[in-house]
Design a protein around this ligand. Structure first.
Ligand code: CO
Length: 130
């Protein structure tokens, strides 16, 4: 079902410091920066070969990433897999009794179509399909 890892999402409290680590120290190219009001984050994408790292800074404490930071601190937040057909993937996951946070795709970073799988159905890993 999954073609490849699209990106890993990392929750950060200091976006500039996280960008400096990835861009300057790791040598990754920053290719996109976006405020996504609906998701409550400012996010950037950095290239790692054909994959990406997505850094997520919450816009407020009462957002999903803000709550994540408060309870778990900065760190790995989710893994995103690319699929060829997101509707077909959601149908297949639903028929396999996998719990979905998003029953239908929503708009993700760079106008992608995304949906999240519940971590309780995914071995504790918040899983995004793109
Ligand atoms: Co993501």
């Amino acid at each position: 079902m999954f073609a490849r890892i699209d990106h890993i999402g990392v929750a950060v409290d200091d976006l500039d410091a996280a960008i400096a680590l990835h861009e300057t120290t790791y040598g990754m190219a920053l290719v996109h920066r976006e405020v996504m009001e609906e998701q409550g984050v400012e996010a950037v994408l950095l290239d790692v070969g054909e994959n990406h790292v997505e850094l997520l800074r919450p816009l407020a404490d009462d957002t999903p990433v803000g709550k994540f930071l408060a309870s778990r601190g900065p760190g790995l937040h989710h893994v995103a897999y690319q699929v060829a057909d997101i509707e077909a993937a959601l149908t297949a996951l639903r028929s396999a009794d996998v719990g979905l946070i998003d029953e239908t795709p929503r708009t993700g970073i760079r106008s992608s179509r995304v949906a999240f799988v519940h971590p309780k159905s995914a071995g504790g890993v918040l899983t995004e399909i793109v």
